[in-house]
Design a protein around this ligand. Structure first.
Ligand code: UDX
Ligand code: UDX
Length: 473
């Protein structure tokens, strides 16, 4: 399959825009791809000669960017020129949950999508295919179309009159596996009304994705499928976390239960890992969006059903912090707790909605002193997430209660702690040497393994009390 598209512009050089465009440029050397962003620092980082400094950490991304950058992949802040030159414009800007006004706490804030659509309307030349890549509430394409249609027929310079076609092409990549997810996706979804534009986009993916995996739907099905996919995935996590709590009360083991039910091919084995609850930029935002939409259409029971998935997730996080306090004799005031992992999952530096945020905030509120280690997340990010700056020294008097700092190794974090709490499943945590770590701790010492990754028997043999999520024995 070939495509008529020769130049692409992507607005938004974030976790989605950057890796997606890098793979398109890699697989389609005949297409010039320019990724634009308002944020100069982010663009500079994408252009950094040192590929380890790219603003997004994804295994394999540096190699792909290294192959294409300067050839047919460009990162720039010159938004207008890139739009004018493009046959196809991807909208990949962020769409966070609204914090105020109508729908606050649930609806998506579409101001950046609208601003981008207006910019495309103003700067585009000739025919332009506009592709929604950001996850959006159903019927957003209506807004995008209305803005673009207002400019339809205008002539920029000596060019042909402007015309637009809008497609929805949601991204299903998961962070940490963005490159393999993009290189061999389970499916690519293209929603639209105009078959020539759908063919043009399908032609791009067709360079490396088998045609039976490229699904075509109408615009609204495509927008809704993305929200639904994330809602179903998140629902599985809340379901297994609810059962984890029951396992702990009944003597069952959630790993055994998950294995047993996952063997039923109708249920399937993926996304059944109990943990500290889901994080990431998408799950909570998309479900809240779904809840808001249901409410808007008067489907209050449906809204309540999906809301419960988010509520259970928050409950699981508070449950873990409460449980830590209870096991440590009912108080953590002034106690040092090592937090291993802050990212919302392994292999990413992203902390958006990370379970660590809520759990650490609860523990700080209780007066704990937290020694945090994460191989990819630094002080600045943690301080903005927790809303409290780091302290210099956890041993000084004024930092005694409710303070935190970061450590450069797990051992440094664990030293003098009463407990270790594992919140991200970084592979290196599986091989921690408990025989060496346990004696560094104040006894009696605890290991709280919210990711079921540590070597439990080695930790117990080293004298630690161990709690593992969902393990009742
Ligand atoms: C994506 C999707 O777009 C979002 O809908 C999805 O639900 C989560 O993932 P992501 O790539 O993770 O967003 O967001 P982010 O890393 O914040 O990147 C968005 C970029 O767009 C930022 O770099 C921001 O500077 C840029 N931006 C935003 C613009 O260039 N112009 C704008 O008007 C607004
Ligand atoms: C998700 C979707 O998977 C992806 O398709 C969509 O495009 C964006 O949202 P992402 O947020 O990057 O991707 O990560 P994902 O791997 O889905 O994990 C989300 C959260 O769920 C993480 O906090 C993870 O630790 C947690 N999780 C996942 C579990 O607790 N248990 C599981 O079994 C799986």
């Amino acid at each position: 399959m070939t495509s008529s598209v020769r130049t692409i512009c992507c607005i938004g050089a974030g976790y989605v825009g950057g890796p997606t465009m890098a793979v398109i440029a890699d697989r389609c050397p005949q297409i010039q791809v320019t990724v634009v962003d308002l944020n100069q620092a982010r663009i500079d980082a994408w252009n950094d000669a040192d590929l380890s400094k790219l603003p997004v950490y994804e295994p394999g991304l540096d190699v792909v960017v290294g192959r294409c950058r300067g050839r047919n992949l460009h990162f720039s802040t010159a938004v207008e020129g890139a739009i004018a030159a493009a046959d196809m414009v991807f909208l990949s800007v962020n769409t966070p949950t609204k914090t105020k006004g109508v729908g606050a706490g649930q609806a998506s804030d579409l101001r950046w999508i609208e601003a981008s659509a207006r910019q495309v309307a103003a700067c585009a030349q000739g025919h332009t295919i506009v592709v929604e890549k950001s996850t959006l509430p159903v019927r957003t394409a209506q807004t995008v179309k209305a803005i673009l249609n207002a400019a339809q027929g205008e002539v920029a310079g000596v060019g042909t009159p402007k015309s637009f076609s809008v497609l929805s092409n949601p991204e299903f990549l998961a962070e940490g596996t963005a490159i393999p997810d993009l290189e061999s996706p389970d499916r690519v979804l293209i929603g639209g009304e105009d078959s020539a534009s759908i063919d043009a986009l399908a032609g791009i993916y067709g360079q490396w994705v088998p045609s039976e995996r490229i699904l075509r739907t109408n615009l609204w099905s495509s927008e809704l499928s993305k929200l639904t996919a994330n809602a179903f995935l998140a629902q599985r996590i809340s379901s297994i976390n609810s059962i984890a709590a029951l396992c702990e009360s009944t003597g069952a083991d959630v790993q055994e239960v998950a294995h047993a039910i996952g063997a039923d091919s109708r249920i399937g084995s993926k996304f059944l890992k109990a943990g500290p609850g889901f994080g990431g930029s998408c799950f909570q935002k998309d479900i809240l969006n779904l809840v808001y939409l249901c409410g808007h259409y008067g489907l209050h029971e449906v809204a309540a059903y999906w809301q419960s998935v988010v509520d259970l997730n928050a409950w699981q996080q508070h449950r873990i912090s409460r449980l830590v306090v209870e096991r440590l004799f009912g108080t953590v005031t002034g106690k040092r707790i090592a937090i291993l992992g802050f990212a919302f999952k392994a292999d990413t530096n992203d902390t958006r909605e990370a379970p660590a945020i809520r759990i650490c905030q609860d523990l700080l509120e209780e007066g704990a002193r937290l020694a945090i280690y994460d191989p990819k997340v630094g002080d600045d990010q943690i301080s903005s997430d927790l809303g409290v700056p780091a302290t210099q020294d956890l041993t000084t008097q004024q930092s005694a209660e409710g303070s935190w700092l970061t450590c450069s190794t797990p051992a440094e974090a664990v030293k003098h702690s009463d407990a270790v709490l594992i919140l991200t499943e970084w592979a290196s945590f599986a091989s921690l040497d408990w025989k060496q770590l346990a004696p560094l701790m104040r006894q009696p010492a605890w290991l709280f393994d919210a990711r079921s990754i540590a070597d439990r028997s080695a930790a117990e043999a080293a004298g630690l009390h161990v709690w593992r999520v969902g393990c009742g024995s």
